[in-house]
Design a protein around this ligand. Structure first.
Ligand code: HMG
Length: 464
């Protein structure tokens, strides 16, 4: 049975910090953000928003657009790493909000949980719900998988320039108009790591930035190796001599903590795949330098990062490699369109990969590319750490969805924050009623209880 993504909707908060303002106030070169990281704007939540509001707003959009009633939905999953309760799942808050519009008890039949594994949990939720449909358990109903997060780092930390916020919701069913997932090829890797984590009670993560960059690439590569074995043994793809698995993916969507991480990760994967092939010799000739090897090739991530000579040479080699015509072709045709939204919005943790997927569809369609039958590969990564590689094929009816995609109108008009406003929001100095913008036809947070017996209870309203 086919199963996959029928439609996709986004909700992005209307406030943003501009990279130029950020650089000026943090004493940084603006080129580092814009060119070095690929960050132009970072979406920031208002004082009356939390990740549950973002998720509920995205769900309402997809339900209204497709004229769905709660009876059409069999499961609602939320994947997030911005949870504000250790026990009550975020989907219960979202259902509470949706029932303000659709009627009390209207989602009573609908199952679901909140899932957590840093940025990769949305991919696990998609996989589980796809298998619920494949198993014939859906009884004609759809699943909603929502990925919603607020990427917030400590003031003055190096992660602060990679913030963002937003939610993406995917409607899954057995006749998907957009993308059918390839069966029996989903591959994972997992390792106990401390590259990025957020201990209980701490609002912002503890991050080892450069370590996390390298670990991301290593883990995705491991998952790709396992994906390769599965596609070959399942007969999904026949690999000819001199080919790599990446040749069989028309598009590659990577997890995007900032848009240039997608570029870096693609370069890493392509380089490792091509190294075994006859084409590598020509590329080395073009680069004009030997591929560097660390002093201890079997060493740890720390030993590689500590090998300054290797790191400098590898940086130089990677720069030259990404300038080769062969790499440029792969980058332009398979990845570049997925990065556009990330540049405008920033890191959405769990939602970043799927915002990239949405971006790729819209901007490739605008180029006039016929997407029917194209295979899309996904490289999902979550710190802590786990990676997942899987793929799907664009369906014949994709145009019904993609022709109406318009990132700018879906984001809506945005307000550029002053530095003072940004600092107040970051330090949680504003109460919900002091929100900076007043939006209507949206769910907003109005109150968080502080009384001993009801501490933490949240109240939301739908602003008509
Ligand atoms: P940093 O260490 O300050 O930056 O912070 P850098 O020195 O690595 O510079 C970044 C890039 O800008 C480099 O390019 C520089 O060369 C360039 P690259 O070598 O990568 O090609 N650059 C400049 N370019 C032009 N003009 C200049 C200039 N200066 C430098 N003047 C870092 C970067 C990402 C480490 C930091 O922002 C951070 O810690 N961010 C948070 C962690 C993160 O995003 N990690 C990504 C991988 S882990 C992941 O994706 C999981 C995550 O989403 C969480 C989850 O799973 O839950 C984070």
């Amino acid at each position: 049975m086919a199963a996959g993504i029928d439609d996709i909707a986004i909700y992005i908060p209307r406030l943003y910090v501009d990279a130029a303002d950020f650089a000026e106030n943090r004493g940084l070169d603006p080129v580092k953000l814009q060119k070095g990281l690929g960050v132009s704007q970072m979406a920031i939540v208002d004082a009356n928003q939390d990740p549950a509001c973002l998720a509920a707003n995205a769900c309402l959009r997809i339900m209204q657009k497709n004229n769905l009633s709660p009876d059409d939905i069999g499961r609602l999953y939320i994947s997030t790493e911005s949870a504000f309760d250790e026990s009550k799942a975020m989907n219960s808050y979202v259902i509470g909000m949706l029932e303000q519009v659709y009627g009390q008890g209207s989602f009573e039949h609908c199952g679901g949980v909140e899932t957590k594994f840093a940025c990769v949990s949305g991919s696990y939720a998609l996989y589980d719900n796809t298998n619920w449909i494949r198993a014939g358990e859906a009884e004609g109903k759809h699943a909603l998988v929502v990925v919603s997060d607020i990427a917030k780092y400590d003031m003055g930390s190096s992660g602060e320039m990679t913030q963002g916020a937003g939610a993406v919701v995917m409607l899954l069913n057995d006749k998907p108009r957009l993308l059918a997932f390839d069966p029996k090829v989903t591959a994972t890797s997992i390792k106990d790591e401390y590259d990025f984590y957020r201990p209980f009670g701490k609002e912002t993560p503890i991050v080892h930035g450069q370590y996390s960059n390298l670990l991301y690439m290593i883990q995705v590569r491991k998952a790709l190796e396992s994906y390769k074995k599965k596609v070959v043994s399942s007969g999904l793809i026949k690999m000819e001599q001199g080919e790599t698995i990446l040749d069989h993916m028309d598009y590659i969507n990577m997890h995007l903590p900032y848009s240039n991480m997608g570029k870096k990760a693609l370069a890493y994967l392509v380089r490792h795949e091509w190294r075994q092939l006859p084409r590598w010799k020509k590329i080395l000739d073009e680069i004009g330098m030997k591929e560097p090897i660390p002093k201890d090739p079997r060493g740890t991530i720390e030993s590689v990062l500590g090998d300054e000579e290797f790191m400098a040479k590898d940086h130089e080699f990677t720069k030259l490699f990404t300038k080769t015509q062969e790499y440029q072709e792969v980058y332009e045709s398979k990845l570049s369109s997925s990065l556009i939204a990330s540049t405008m919005i920033g890191n959405l943790y769990t939602a970043s990969l799927y915002l990239g997927f949405r971006s790729s569809l819209e901007f490739e369609y605008q180029k006039g590319v016929d997407l029917e039958g194209k295979r899309i590969g996904f490289g999902s990564y979550g710190s802590g750490s786990s990676a997942m590689v899987f793929s799907g094929v664009v369906q014949p009816s994709y145009k019904e969805i993609v022709r109406d995609m318009n990132l700018e109108s879906e984001i809506g008009s945005r307000k550029r924050l002053t530095w003072g406003e940004y600092e107040e929001l970051h330090e949680n100095k504003l109460s919900p009623e002091e929100s900076i913008v007043h939006s209507n036809k949206e769910f907003i947070l109005v109150h968080i209880d502080t009384k001993k017996e009801s501490r933490g209870e949240r109240r939301y309203v739908y602003n008509e």
